[in-house]
Design a binder for this molecule. Structure first.
Ligand SMILES: [Zn+2]
Length: 401
């Protein structure tokens, strides 16, 4: 097969201008490796790609088989090949391809998962690296279920310690943890290690708004956001666009008057994919709420002043929360992940971008995500930038100062 290299010129210009990688993709019918002709052609093409783009970032060559499976390799500026460790296809369905089989027998603790969703899905779960941001009420259920589904690695982020007021809803926590002021991530890490189901754990007892944490979360295959502030949700949605990571957002809301009167018990699970709609375009929050949340976090006294003077609307603080609602929404989100890894529903996954449950109003509905978000779409695949995610607080020069 031959093709005119002129088609490359506009792509190379774009790659050079935006610091992007060029990926050459071609198809094979059944032949599941690079041929000697591919080797010759890649070695002829890529050195000139590097010199044109004039950057050190790698470029790659990928083959698609008729089954849809993909595999590929980075081709260096001198024509050396290195297999891509994984190819992630992030759409309504989630597909992950690895160059090698794990092989061996499924351990006893994995057999029930394999029975339900097949060896391939079990194998995939055991290789995934998943971030859980927010390890409190909802997050602790998400962590529990991911670990019991034998995911390969969990990256846990939460700056807080367990307090007595949390004990009604954080799984695996007890009074001794509150008395000792143990961090929520340490409690979760202990519980996962005690299971011994093969899950590795990395913990960050830190706020999400730090460069180290953002980089660690960006290296994950999937992100679960169990946070209740709109600025953290906005940041995670941006991260999903910059780093092409699928993002599950969980929200739980309980409106009560503090004296036993309950107006609303509801929860949502949003699935966000790069290039699709966003929490913002779905109307989860407004720019004004985003600004108020940022001010509350970075400058509490200015927040109070603006609130008192009526310039901003207050953000909700210390909302009531109960274990059974958190567990319900977390279960819904984990089921959503499994349905996207291993599609089993009658309707296509695109119909399930949002799940909404209201226990007070007896509603369970699901819907599509709507039009693509123009604000997020322009960040697709930008990867590392300075400041990270174009977020002024994450600037490296600012940190140095
Ligand atoms: Zn070929």
């Amino acid at each position: 097969m031959t093709w005119p290299t002129e088609v490359l010129l506009p792509l190379l210009e774009q790659a050079a201008a935006r610091g992007l990688a060029l990926i050459k993709i071609h198809g094979h019918r059944g032949y599941d490796q690079f041929s000697s002709i591919d080797d010759i052609s890649d070695r002829a093409l890529f050195p000139s790609v590097y010199s044109w783009v004039d950057a050190t970032e790698p470029h790659a060559s990928v083959i698609v088989l008729d089954s849809g499976r993909m595999f590929g390799r980075v081709v260096s500026n001198v024509g050396e090949f290195t297999d891509l460790a994984c190819i992630n296809l992030v759409g309504d369905d989630l597909q992950f391809w690895y160059p090698n089989e794990i092989g061996g027998k499924t351990p006893e603790y994995g057999t029930r998962i394999a029975q339900a969703f097949g060896e391939r899905t079990y194998d995939c779960l055991s290789r995934l690296r998943i971030a859980v941001v927010g390890c409190s009420g909802t997050g602790s259920h998400v962590i529990e279920q991911l670990a019991r589904n034998c995911v390969g690695e969990l990256v846990l982020v939460d700056p807080d310690v367990v307090e007595e007021k949390n004990l009604n809803r954080i799984l695996n926590s007890g009074m001794a943890d509150a008395e000792a002021g143990r961090s929520k991530v340490a409690v979760a890490e202990d519980a996962i290690k005690k299971m011994r189901l093969g899950t590795r754990v990395k913990v960050f007892r830190e706020n999400l708004f730090s460069a180290d944490v953002i980089k660690a979360v960006a290296e994950c295959d999937i992100v679960f956001g169990c946070v209740d502030t709109v600025d953290a949700r906005h940041l995670l949605n941006k991260l999903c666009s910059f780093y092409l990571v699928p993002y599950f957002d969980l929200g739980v809301r309980l409106d009560a008057d503090g004296n036993g009167g309950v107006d609303q018990v509801c929860g949502t699970v949003h699935y966000l994919q790069p290039g699709g709609s966003s929490l913002f375009s779905r109307g989860v929050y407004s720019m004004e709420q985003l600004r108020a949340a940022g001010l509350f976090r970075t400058n509490p006294s200015a927040y109070r002043t603006q609130l008192d003077e009526g310039y901003i609307k207050g953000i909700p603080e210390n909302r009531p929360a109960v274990v059974q609602v958190n567990g319900l929404i977390a279960s819904l989100a984990i089921n959503e992940l499994l349905a996207r890894l291993h599609p089993y529903r009658l309707d296509p996954n695109g119909e399930f971008a949002v799940h909404r449950i209201s226990l007070s109003h007896a509603i369970y509905e699901h819907e599509t995500g709507g039009d693509s978000c123009t604000m997020m779409s322009r960040h697709i695949g930008r990867g590392d930038t300075d400041p990270l995610l174009d977020w002024a607080e994450l600037s490296s020069t600012r940190e140095a100062a």
